[in-house]
Design a protein around this ligand. Structure first.
Ligand code: 4NP
Length: 157
């Protein structure tokens, strides 16, 4: 079993979208239960909250599930997960701040490093923007998660 944790700031927009898209792709590939996804925020603003209603609506419209409740990233996540995939440079910095000795640095990656069809080097925060931002998040995450799925399958083969 491989465990993947997606991390953003609030854990109500980008990282829950990534978790749900990854779960969808894993199920479609017939790999349910072999790749387990979760998500977390570096901040505690939305602990216990559902995903943002705009993200739920956009995911649902595009055929993806939209489950989950907000939680904050915690140091034990470094040990518990095989891959820790952050959405932007601020998330990267905030996660690595909790690993001052760098023991888990190799597990932490920008999710956009998996993109093949897009060249952005972060998944932009859609929280303060319009509906097009939520669609852009999903476009980037479908690209990245598809490649991530292939990578995990290859590394575990
Ligand atoms: P996320 O978006 O990090 O993609 O979940 C945000 C959600 C909430 C806030 C910021 C970004 N906030 O400031 O409450």
């Amino acid at each position: 079993m491989t465990k993947v944790l997606f991390v953003c700031l609030g854990n109500i927009c980008r990282s829950p979208a990534a978790e749900n898209i990854m779960n969808y792709l894993v199920d479609q590939a017939g790999l349910t239960g072999t790749i387990i996804s979760d998500s977390a925020g570096t901040a505690d603003y939305h602990v216990g909250d559902l995903p943002d209603s705009r993200m739920i609506a956009t995911l649902t419209k595009r055929g993806f599930p939209a489950h989950g409740r907000g939680r904050q990233f915690k140091p034990s996540d470094f040990e518990d997960f095989d891959y820790i995939l952050v959405m932007d440079q601020a998330n990267y910095r905030d996660v690595l701040r909790l690993d001052p000795e760098g023991h888990y640095r190799h597990k932490v990656e920008l999710i956009t490093s998996y993109c093949r069809a897009h060249t952005l080097n972060a998944v932009p925060d859609p929280y303060y923007g319009g509906p097009e931002g939520f669609n852009q998040v999903i476009d980037l995450l479908v690209d990245a998660c598809s490649v991530l799925l292939t990578t995990v399958k290859t590394e575990k083969a």
